[in-house]
Design a protein around this ligand. Structure first.
Ligand code: ATP
Length: 199
């Protein structure tokens, strides 16, 4: 598995559609300060399911949409599409190439797709979560991140290890199931109250 192609449309400083093609091996992105190198990493993090605006160096999710310049008006949406070579089937999906895309609209709506079919954010997060490309993103080491990893407390260290071991997905599923169980128990006790009243 390797990242093959990344297309940014209206994402941060990339107002025009811009496609980067990666080959297996090492790719270096070079450019002057402020030219958008970190924005490319933000786009990767975002399309793979990042939910925290601060991790994308903004204050709200709409901050990823091209905000306009003196010569170019702001845009109404940002879209990032990532193509992953899956010929080794590291991703649990029966395709040799997987394309995931994420769109956010200035009015607050969002869309997600896997190989062109609309899906939930959760589907993207689950697809990537056992591969090391998951939400915790220990494969993306941004500026200052190495320091955070080195200074992590035991709980933080455990989260990194759980993500790498593919346990986090199951922990999240368990948390979701427990939340549903608690809601069902609430409903049951409400039904019990109603039955008691009717008696
Ligand atoms: P450095 O080498 O200093 O770390 P860099 O090449 O990583 O710089 P980035 O941080 O990726 O640069 O890009 C910063 C630029 O992106 C700034 O000029 C900023 O104005 C621009 N930018 C960020 N968000 C948006 C947005 N929503 N709309 C337009 N431009 C944006």
């Amino acid at each position: 598995m390797y990242l093959k192609e990344l297309t940014l449309r209206g994402f941060k400083s990339f107002a025009s559609s811009t496609t980067l093609r990666f080959e297996p091996g090492i790719t270096a992105v070079v450019g002057p300060n402020g030219s958008g190198k970190s924005n490319i990493v933000d786009a990767l993090t975002w399309v793979m399911g990042e939910q925290g605006a601060r991790n994308l160096r903004g204050t709200s999710m709409e901050d990823v949409i091209f905000a306009g310049t003196a010569t170019r008006p702001a845009l109404g949406r940002a879209q990032v599409t990532l193509t992953i070579d899956n010929s080794d089937h590291a991703l649990d999906i029966p395709y040799a190439e997987v394309t995931i895309s994420r769109t956010v609209f200035r009015n607050g709506g969002s869309e997600y797709a896997i190989n062109g079919s609309q899906c939930r954010l959760l589907d993207i997060q689950e697809l990537l979560s056992d591969t090391g490309l998951g939400q915790q993103m220990h494969v993306i080491v941004g500026q200052g991140r190495l320091d955070a990893i080195l200074r992590a407390d035991p709980a933080g260290n455990r989260a990194f290890i759980e993500e790498a071991a593919g346990i986090l997905k199951h922990r999240k599923r368990k948390e979701r199931a427990l939340r549903k169980l608690a809601a069902s128990e609430d409903n049951l006790s409400r039904v019990d109250d109603l039955i008691a009243e009717l008696r």
